[in-house]
Each structure stands twice: as C-alpha cells, then as structure tokens.
Design a protein around this ligand. Structure first.
Ligand code: SF4
Length: 162
C-alpha cells in the first residue's frame, strides 16, 4: 500500500474494522447522511477565508493565513481524538514534503469552538508506528466489530450487524 490517507489515520482511531473496509476499497460513506451534513458545513461555513486543496491524492486540507496554518472543519467532537490525529498527520505529511506547517486548527462551527493542534517530535514517532500498523492491517484478516455506540451512525453498520 503506497498511500496512507488522512481518512485512514482518522479511522485508525475510530475503528480498526472500519479502517479495514476502507483500505480494501469497500467505501460506503457517500450514502451516509452524517457525512453529507459534514460536507455541507465544510462548504458553507468558512468559504471566504479558506482554500481547499487535495495533495497527491492523499490528503485533503484547507489552508488559511500564509499557508502555514492548516484548517479542518468538523461537525462534532464525538471522536475528537481521531480528528486531532488526522490533522497531526497532515502536518507530518506536509513537513516531510518540505512544507513547513506551523500548526493546525480544527473548527467546530456548530459548537462555535476552535482548537489548535501542534505536531511534536513524539507525535511524529507515534504517527510512524500508526503507518506501520495500517500497512500490517491491510495484510491481515478483518478485525472484530467494536460494539460501540458509534456503530449506529457508522456507514458500515449494515455490513457489520445485519
Ligand atoms: S459499524 Fe461499528 S464495528 Fe462496524 S465498522 Fe462501523 S464502527 Fe466499526
């Protein structure tokens, strides 16, 4: 597997089974209403100040300011850790490409909150461990369902439980 995308990093924290589906090209997110609402917030709330860019078909980010601050919009804090590591990965990825990103900002327009995210040295080491694990997961068998309250809102719910 050549590319590790921001979505994969996100799913790593949400559910390994979801990640497994995704890296095996079983993608159902387009049909999930929650994701569509998320995209709507993304498109309407911050249109004046951002530039949305997809890089190497791998990460999809918004830049603000002088292109050294990454910007990400989330609709809720339900899986906050996943969102935080996704943006840390973006910073990691861009720094590896020679783009010196200072920090990330996650906006929660519904909550009217904003959170700063920094990438520290130990985070880089952790991200490298995650990348290795994602590659191993691709070769392995499908992980078990997590039986969490998030399952009901997951795009893969029917595949897992019905
Ligand atoms: S329904 Fe639950 S177990 Fe299945 S992929 Fe989604 S989060 Fe994971």
């Amino acid at each position: 597997m050549e590319r590790i995308t921001g979505t994969m990093i996100n799913y790593y924290f949400v559910c390994k089974r979801k990640l497994w589906y995704f890296i095996h090209d079983i993608q159902m997110e387009k049909e999930n209403e929650d994701v569509q609402i998320g995209k709507l917030i993304d498109e309407k709330s911050y249109s004046r100040e951002k530039k949305h860019i997809t890089i190497n078909n791998t990460i999809s980010v918004d830049f603000i300011g002088k292109y050294n601050i990454l910007h990400e919009v989330k609709k809720s804090k339900s899986i906050e850790e996943a969102g935080e590591w996704q943006i840390k990965y973006y910073i990691y990825y861009l720094r590896k490409k020679g783009v010196n990103i200072h920090k990330g900002i996650i906006d929660y327009p519904k909550l009217r909150q904003r959170q700063e995210v920094f990438l520290e040295k130990e985070d880089e080491i952790y991200i490298e461990k995650i990348i290795k694990e994602i590659k191993e997961l691709k070769e392995g068998t499908i992980p078990n369902q997590i039986s969490s309250k998030i399952c009901k809102k997951c795009a893969y719910y029917e595949l897992c439980y019905i």
